[in-house]
Design a protein around this ligand. Structure first.
Ligand code: SF4
Length: 447
């Protein structure tokens, strides 16, 4: 349970030495209560204070890090709804390969996973993991494929087999990859926990019902192993939706530790077509999925899912922004036209893309607007004639171009007079309201 500032102050040395950067221990305690400081900033904090505060402020969903460098992070969530604060670590995507697939198909899928990259709003997005499922009777086939997948993709793996001996052998073969063993049951938990612990992997845990699952994670934790993921056994999309919600609610609202872990869900390859398969994946993205394993590699499906994931997991308090500057589009010359828009990433990429599509070269002036879109920035006073003019002068626009015409978005036609005043000698052209009409505007007015 979270502690108040006064409760925290009682745990501090109360010497007001200021070494933590606060004037008093009480002020520091208030910052700790608001999660704006960390107990490690007080060099004199007692072990009791460190322990008590550590437990009180541990995120309700445990952080789990995967991969050799532990760069793939899951969990650490503190809220049920994104608008309450933010979601911290996005749903990871894996693509499944069965060890009974033909060598050619396996090779092709591994190459596809390795080479897949989606560029969106300035980010490069890759497939996070590879799942290897044992369907063959031969554990060597499973182990060799696991090794091969690791060597080719260097992504953390989900090793999935009903045979604990095969899983143990695969865990050893990819030691150092910090992968996931799937999945421990009440019967196999001890054996698989030992394999995970010995080889530095994470253990997915499964049980027929939530009560049994909670008992199993609690037992593993009590035995000293806490690198766990939850795998629910559900039989319909509705049940999966409910179970994801119930367990996450229990973890966050009731601080129920047995469910305080990220989840893993394998989507069924026989569930239907790609569109039908996308629906449970959407459920995982929107409803707390830790890792979502797709049954096949399909770039069209991935684009849709990755885009949704980007939208859900973007921090609503921190709009994605591009650097304020003058962006060349194509190969502009000094007399090329100058457009202006805000530094909200989505706006920037849409506008620059439309200018590029029109086939002309141009400059795009992007002033600092705190990542807001055009109308929001204008309403907040961040995208006015005065601010754009000031930015253009500071960044030396007049030294870079000969033209003295600047094209503003149609939504802020009202700033044209003010912009002409702050940029003497310049003529302001009002462009279209929607970026989608830029191409026809350019053809009609600039070509
Ligand atoms: S460093 Fe510790 S003892 Fe000193 S003022 Fe801050 S909280 Fe108090």
């Amino acid at each position: 349970m979270a502690l108040t500032g006064l409760q925290i102050q009682k745990l501090l040395p109360k010497t007001n030495c200021k070494e933590c950067g606060s004037n008093t221990c009480l002020a520091f305690a208030m910052k700790l209560a608001a999660r704006k400081a960390e107990i490690s900033m007080c060099p004199y904090a007692s072990d009791e204070a460190i322990q008590t505060l550590g437990a009180a402020y541990e995120p309700p969903v445990k952080l789990t890090a995967l991969g050799t460098d532990k760069s793939l992070k899951l969990g650490e969530e503190t809220v049920l709804y994104r608008h309450e604060k933010t979601f911290v670590h996005q749903t990871a995507f894996a693509v499944n390969i069965d060890d009974t697939e033909t060598p050619e198909t396996i090779e092709q899928t591994l190459q596809n996973i390795k080479n897949y990259v989606l560029e969106r709003v300035g980010e490069e997005i890759h497939i996070d993991m590879v799942a290897i499922t044992q369907k063959s009777k031969n554990s060597d086939t499973f182990v060799n494929l696991s090794k091969k997948a690791w060597e080719i993709t260097k992504r953390p793996l989900l090793l999935r087999s009903p045979d604990p001996a095969a899983l143990t052998a695969a865990a050893e073969a990819v030691k150092g990859s910090r992968s996931v063993l799937c999945s421990a049951t009440a019967e196999t938990a001890d054996e698989l926990r030992a394999a995970a612990q010995k080889n530095g992997h994470v253990l997915a845990v499964t049980a027929p019902g939530l009560d049994e699952l909670a008992a199993l994670t609690a037992k593993l934790k009590q035995d000293g192993f806490n690198d766990l993921l939850l795998e629910f056994q559900t039989h319909s999309l509705a049940e999966q939706f409910q179970t994801n919600t119930i367990s996450r609610r229990a973890a966050i609202k009731d601080n129920y530790k047995p469910f305080g872990y990220p989840t893993v869900t394998f989507l069924d390859s026989t569930a239907g077509d790609l569109l039908e398969n996308a629906v449970p994946a959407v459920n995982e993205i929107c409803k707390y999925g830790g890792i979502c394993v797709l049954p096949t590699f399909d770039p069209a499906q991935l684009v849709a899912l990755m885009t949704l994931r980007l939208n859900i997991y973007t921090d609503p308090q921190k709009p994605i922004q591009v650097e304020p500057k003058i962006y060349p589009i194509g190969e502009p010359k000094p007399d090329s036209p100058v457009f202006v828009t805000t530094n909200f990433s989505l706006t920037y990429f849409i506008v620059s893309g439309e200018i590029e599509n029109s086939g002309i070269s141009a400059y795009l002036l992007v002033p600092e607007c705190e990542g807001m879109s055009v109308l929001t920035a204008w309403a907040a006073g961040k995208f006015s004639g005065a601010t754009i003019g000031k930015f253009a002068k500071e960044i030396g626009l007049e030294d870079q171009v000969d033209t003295r015409e600047i094209i503003i978005p149609g939504y802020v036609a009202q700033i044209s007079g003010e912009l002409e005043e702050s940029l003497p000698g310049w003529k302001v052209l009002v462009g279209p309201q929607d970026a989608g009409d830029l191409e026809s505007f350019i053809k009609a007015r600039l070509s």
